[in-house]
Design a protein around this ligand. Structure first.
Ligand code: ASP
Length: 316
């Protein structure tokens, strides 16, 4: 019998409310999630390894300006785009990550190149960009990453000294209380029974001092281990780092015997809530079980598996 396949992806969690959404934008997100899901599913069906499929799906989402990753990344305090990404293979525990990189068209491909072609796990800033160049990865001018929406978000906070999570409302109050996290991520289970995870983000609007979030941190924003689970997180990075959120799910499964769903709920709905860490995560295990758990109002998400799961969701 063929091994089950599974795929889940997210485009960020946060204060995503139906009453704040236009029909056009909702349709655009729906279409985008559907297209990314379909591309990843076809790749799984064609026999691609999970680690390649998650890179492909995240690349797809990075290229879509709807999300705060790759093209469409938020603005830093200096008016630039500094991106973070990570990838991990649950079969080999190989991992790669890049942090604070500018101009790299697809940070997830840089993370993958670091995993495959360097002796390191994480490269940052200028050096990471140099490595991208040497690997022949496409770079883009800053203007490529520009979107009017993220630019106007930045205009509202740039002189306040605050940094903000990705959002869609005006005013500093709304910025601080109506949070949205447009990070993207994917997890996959392939025909050989191997799982993988990848995450990519532009981070937080108006961030400075080379702030790095959880997304490129193996164990916080991204983790995969065939024995337990593959996880991609989205949310308030500082708290996800302190909670070691992704690895905590894996630990609860490995050492406490919890199921994927139980472990994800423990971390997202209990631990992170108590730490005031808003956000969520997607996950799957080597049997093809999928979890999509968030403590915020919504999370852009999609999932499919061989057991009949086929969902696209936005709201809670
Ligand atoms: N976790 C990301 C960060 O803190 C933000 C997000 O999920 O959108 O950089």
């Amino acid at each position: 019998m063929a091994h089950p396949l599974a795929l889940a992806l997210h485009g960020g969690a946060g204060t995503i409310l139906k009453e704040q959404m236009t029909a056009e934008l909702e349709a655009a997100y729906h279409q985008s999630l559907q297209t990314a899901l379909q591309a990843g599913w076809q790749a799984l069906m064609a026999g691609l390894p999970a680690v390649e499929v998650v890179a492909l799906v995240v690349e797809h989402l990075e290229n879509d300006p709807l999300y705060n990753a790759g093209r469409g990344s938020v603005f830093t305090h200096q008016g630039l785009h500094e991106m973070d990404a990570a990838i991990m293979c649950g079969h080999t525990l190989a991992a790669g990550a890049c942090a604070g990189v500018q101009q790299v068209q697809n940070p997830v491909r840089l993370a993958q190149a670091i995993m495959n072609n360097s002796e390191h796990v994480m490269l940052a800033g200028q050096g990471a960009q140099q490595f991208a160049l040497e690997q022949g990865l496409p770079l883009q001018p800053n203007s490529y990453f520009y979107t009017p929406f993220r630019h106007s978000q930045w205009q509202h906070v740039r002189d306040t000294g605050h940094y903000a999570l990705d959002h869609n409302l005006n005013g500093i109050d709304a910025l601080m209380h109506n949070k949205k996290f447009g990070t993207v991520g994917a997890v996959a289970l392939d025909a050989n029974g191997h799982i993988a995870a990848a995450t990519s983000t532009g981070g937080m609007t108006n961030k400075q001092y080379n702030r790095i979030g959880d997304s490129p941190i193996i164990g916080s924003g991204c983790y995969a281990n065939n024995k337990t689970c593959a996880i991609s997180s989205t949310g308030h990075g500082e708290i996800f780092i302190k909670a070691v959120a992704a690895y905590d799910v894996s630990c609860l499964m490995e050492y406490a015997g919890l199921s994927l769903q139980q472990a994800m709920e423990k971390v997202v709905m209990d631990k992170l809530v108590r730490m005031q860490g808003e956000g969520g995560m997607i996950g799957l295990d080597a049997k093809g079980q999928i979890g999509m758990v968030f403590n915020s109002a919504g999370m852009y998400r999609a999932a499919r598996n061989s057991q009949g799961v086929d969902v696209i969701g936005i709201y809670g």
